[in-house]
Design a binder for this molecule. Structure first.
Ligand code: HEM
Length: 474
């Protein structure tokens, strides 16, 4: 252990603490937190990392530029090489310093112009919801596995912003895309030795861990390349079409024409689109999948939400974003879904950009830093019933929604989720509409929990859906 480094589990030569972390990093980190306290350390093979558990300590560190670097993960190095043929880091999620700042700033600005702030995104979401309502209303009397049903709708919302078009839910290309993004995320285990030592790939390029990631990633990139090329050919000239690609190409080409230096280029554009898909679809869609599970297993909570929706919106109308501030119990229930789902338990690994001192410990430049967002969502210190689905966790005594400081499902500070505003709008409109329009009942089939490493996956279950407010329209 380096001098003055936080405490943590014993590290063996060569492998470090890997056997204390596998097979379940989530349980292991929770064990470390209980044993070693607010900040601890562990070693994975040759790499010393720290994990910050205490939300009060986490907040200032997440706001500190020194803790806002990014560990360059295997998946991103591989993608960057495929895009540019070089090792130069691309995009937002996996970059640090000026590259990260420039791509993040441009993307945030242009997505905001495109409707992150409410109005223009609402009809796009409503169109997706109309299709979903149609699908679910035909399943009355059957048992349904909702599984990846929400992924197509959420991908369509992102695609509408990125390129200005949507796919039909039956389109094979959309279904393949959903499948690839899902498989790529579910099969990725950042603790796998094969990712830590890419040299292994030289000798065993056909190992499953490499082949699966390589294949899904290349297929997703080739989809993005085809669509971007088609967009440039067919839609770029149409001045009335708005999209992220258009905004990006326009600013890039204007700078080129004026002979100005610009951080924007085609390689970053492809990487950014890849990330909007990867970070923006599975996360929001899985939260909705969790929501159905929690609603179906908690009929009393479901009824309370429906009562509020019926009273505020009426039985002949569906919710709109304008209702967002007048539904305290529904809002609290969405926060509670995010708390129980604990979707991204340790954020995305950060890296220190300078030497630093935290609580008297010395943290050298280049240390991997994990933020245990999960602890703030689950520890009994912060929640009355940490293991229950209890929306009252997020209501004041006067019945107003509130978010405690330790509730950080989107992270916080410099690297806070770039899609938080969009995700909040999506979660509200999809959740409120689906609870207002249908009742969800858990069937008595077995509930199956599957293992997941990067994102907390909901269980597989069967649900019976019944229509309510069948004549309601937006
Ligand atoms: C319920 C949905 C979502 C959750 C729970 C979520 C959560 C997170 C978390 C925890 C991080 C890591 C923060 C850190 O490293 O400290 C993150 C980063 C990110 N998210 Fe989300 N996210 C969601 C939806 C979205 C959406 C809809 C998009 C875009 C369309 C998106 C794009 C990103 C990007 C690009 C980053 C990287 C930011 C950076 O490195 O600067 N996310 N998200």
């Amino acid at each position: 252990r380096p001098p003055c480094f936080p405490p943590g589990p014993f590290a063996l030569p060569i492998v470090g603490s890997i056997f204390s972390i596998l097979p379940s990093p989530k349980e292991s980190f929770s064990r470390f937190q209980k044993k070693y306290g607010p900040i601890c350390s562990y070693k994975v093979f040759d790499n010393w990392s720290i994990i910050v558990n205490d939300p009060a300590l986490m907040k200032p560190l997440l706001a500190d530029p020194v803790f806002s670097g990014r560990k360059h993960l295997y998946l991103f190095s591989l993608r960057d090489e495929v895009i540019s043929g070089e090792k130069m880091p691309l995009g937002i999620l996996g970059t640090s310093g000026d590259v990260w700042k420039n791509q993040r700033r441009f993307t945030l600005r242009s997505l905001k112009d495109l409707g992150f702030g409410r109005n223009s995104i609402e009809p796009i979401m409503q169109k997706e919801l109309e299709d979903l309502i149609n699908t679910f209303s035909q399943t009355e009397g059957q048992k349904v596995d909702v599984g990846l049903t929400f992924n197509s709708s959420i991908i369509n919302v992102i695609w509408a912003m990125v390129i200005g078009k949507r796919f039909s839910h039956e389109d094979v290309r959309l279904l393949e895309l959903v499948d690839k993004v899902n498989k790529m995320l579910q099969s990725f285990n950042p603790f796998h030795p094969a990712y830590r030592f890419p040299i292994i790939k030289k000798f065993f390029p056909n190992l499953d861990v490499y082949k699966s990631q390589d294949t899904y990633m290349r297929q997703l990139l080739s989809f993005i390349e085809d669509e971007t090329a088609q967009y440039e050919k067919e839609l770029l000239a149409d001045e009335s079409s708005f999209s992220y690609i258009r905004a990006y190409l326009k600013e890039m080409k204007e700078a080129e024409t004026e002979g100005k230096e610009t951080p924007l280029n085609m390689h970053h554009l492809k990487a950014n689109i890849f990330e909007l898909f990867l970070a923006g679809s599975e996360t929001t869609a899985s939260t909705l999948w969790w929501a159905v599970y929690l609603l179906a297993s908690n009929p009393d909570v479901q009824k309370t939400i429906q009562k509020e929706l019926d009273e505020v919106i009426g039985e002949d109308k569906l919710p709109t974003l304008a209702h967002m501030d007048s539904l305290p119990y529904t809002t609290a229930a969405i926060y509670e879904v995010q708390r129980v789902a604990d979707l991204v338990p340790f954020a995305v690994p950060h890296e220190t950009t300078e030497d630093a001192t935290v609580s008297g410990y010395r943290i050298p430049k280049g240390t991997t830093v994990m933020f245990n967002l999960s602890h703030g969502l689950k520890d009994p210190k912060y929640w009355k019933y940490p293991d229950r689905f209890y929306p009252e966790h997020f209501l004041t005594e006067e019945g107003k929604p509130y978010k405690p400081e330790n509730f950080m499902p989107f992270g916080s500070g410099k690297r806070v989720c770039l899609g938080e505003s969009l995700a909040r709008l999506e979660l509200f409109l999809f959740f409120a509409t689906l609870v207002h329009r249908f009742s969800w009942k858990l069937s008595d089939d077995p509930i199956v929990w599957e293992k997941s490493i990067v994102l907390s996956r909901p269980p597989r279950f069967m649900v019976e859906i019944s229509n309510r407010n069948s004549n309601a329209v937006f």
